[in-house]
Design a protein. Structure first.
Length: 117
């Protein structure tokens, strides 16, 4: 097997003009199916990480009063943030699968049309 030939063909395919209407439509559908999950995952992860940070700051008495109640409250808030961060990925996967199911028929039809030509 000539790897130089395979590399040259893959590089040529990258620069070759594509059937823009169908290929671009397929890419847009793919992004449309995955975008809600990505937005949710990043947003929920950031919020969870911020909650963990606030809990850490309270428990180490960087913010708030230097009392035992503040430390306990910080530990509780930190654990809540850790729970949010740990359920983020399963929720992301579920939302992404729902998006894929929603657009699966359209994507498969367009992919068949492109590969059939």
């Amino acid at each position: 097997m000539n790897t130089d030939k395979i590399y040259a063909q893959s590089l040529a395919n990258e620069y070759a003009p594509k059937d823009t209407s169908k290929v671009v439509a397929l890419q847009k559908l793919d992004r449309k199916a995955k975008m809600p999950a990505n937005i949710f995952g990043y947003t929920f992860g950031i919020i969870g990480a911020l909650i963990v940070g606030v809990g850490m700051c309270l428990s180490m008495q960087i913010i708030g009063l230097s009392t035992r109640a503040s430390m306990v409250m910080g530990i509780i808030i930190g654990i809540l943030g850790l729970i949010l961060v740990s359920v983020n990925y399963p929720l992301y996967k579920k939302i992404r699968e729902n998006g894929k199911k929603k657009y699966a028929y359209e994507i498969m039809e367009l992919a068949r049309q492109i590969s059939g030509e």
